[in-house]
Ligand binder design. Structure first.
Ligand code: NAP
Length: 247
């Protein structure tokens, strides 16, 4: 038996990241679980036989520590940490919240990739980011979040070109509506009733496990297969802003 393949999942304390860490561990990866909430990632790491590292992706020091923890070789980076804050129209936008979204979803993803790229090259690895269908079609109240996810898409396209002669694959997974642990709760500033209403009447939104499954599919392709982009939606959602609801 050779050494286990190594994966890093950022934003592993909740939602898609947590489900992905569990799924990759089930596939035989050693998973480094990174997020800000140490207690949660330590519990997860103990459960799946992985490692936990407290890491705020907006902190250069934390990212450097993450790279130290990884060492020389990394097979899979799942740059997942992120999310939306607020639903205001541009007329009422809170730009501090926009800055946090850009820092986390765009710069945080780019910084994670930059720091771990040497180890990914060494292992002929794969970079998987979690974008969103929000980056493809804008909707009212989504200017901030749609903008950051559109930026993630551009980042990944540029990166794939830059790495065209390097042994690293670059994949973007763009989920539609996922009823994850905290996405809507964080976006709506902790208002549980409003967060629940986001999914009201929707017949089967995606689960975080659905996306974990998709990540595992991409991560376990043969080395010559680069899945550029995967758009994954629930059947009830034809576009980011067109959702079938009943009741
Ligand atoms: P979630 O349950 O709120 O999880 C978000 C994760 O990101 C948490 O683990 C959080 O951990 C982490 N995070 C946030 N800021 C961070 C920071 N500065 N540094 C490190 N970690 C940070 O939401 P989710 O639905 O799983 O979202 C995961 C990703 O999927 C996000 O990029 C989101 O935009 C994307 N996405 C979600 C949906 C959806 O409908 N749910 C659809 C498309 C795309 P800590 O708070 O512990 O740091």
């Amino acid at each position: 038996m050779g050494e286990k393949r190594l994966a890093v999942v950022t934003g592993a304390s909740s939602g898609i990241g947590r489900a992905t860490a569990r799924r990759l561990a089930a596939d035989g990866f050693e998973v480094i679980c990174a997020a800000r909430r140490t207690d949660r990632i330590e519990a997860l790491a103990a459960e799946i036989g992985g490692r936990a590292i407290t890491c705020d992706v907006t902190s250069a020091d934390d990212i450097a520590r993450l790279a130290d923890e990884v060492g020389e070789r990394l097979d899979v980076l799942v740059a997942n940490a992120g999310g939306a804050i607020g639903t205001e129209h541009v007329a009422d936008a809170k730009f501090d919240e926009w800055r946090t979204m850009y820092d986390t979803n765009v710069i945080g993803v780019a910084a994670s990739i930059q720091a771990l790229l040497p180890a990914l090259k060494q292992a002929h690895g794969v970079i998987i980011t979690i974008g969103s269908v929000a980056g493809m079609v804008a909707y009212e109240g989504g200017a901030g979040y749609c903008g950051v996810k559109a930026a993630v898409h551009s980042l990944m396209m540029a990166l794939r070109l830059e790495l065209f002669d390097q042994p690293v694959r670059v994949c973007e997974i763009d989920p539609g509506m996922v009823k994850s642990d905290e996405f809507a709760l964080v976006r709506l500033h902790g208002d549980a009733a409003k967060a629940e209403a986001v999914y009201a009447g929707v017949d089967a939104p995606l689960t975080q496990e659905d996306i974990g499954e998709t990540v595992a599919f991409v991560a376990t392709q043969p080395e010559h297969v680069n899945i550029d982009q995967l758009v994954v939606r629930p059947r009830a959602q034809a576009a980011a802003h067109k959702i079938h609801r009943t009741g």
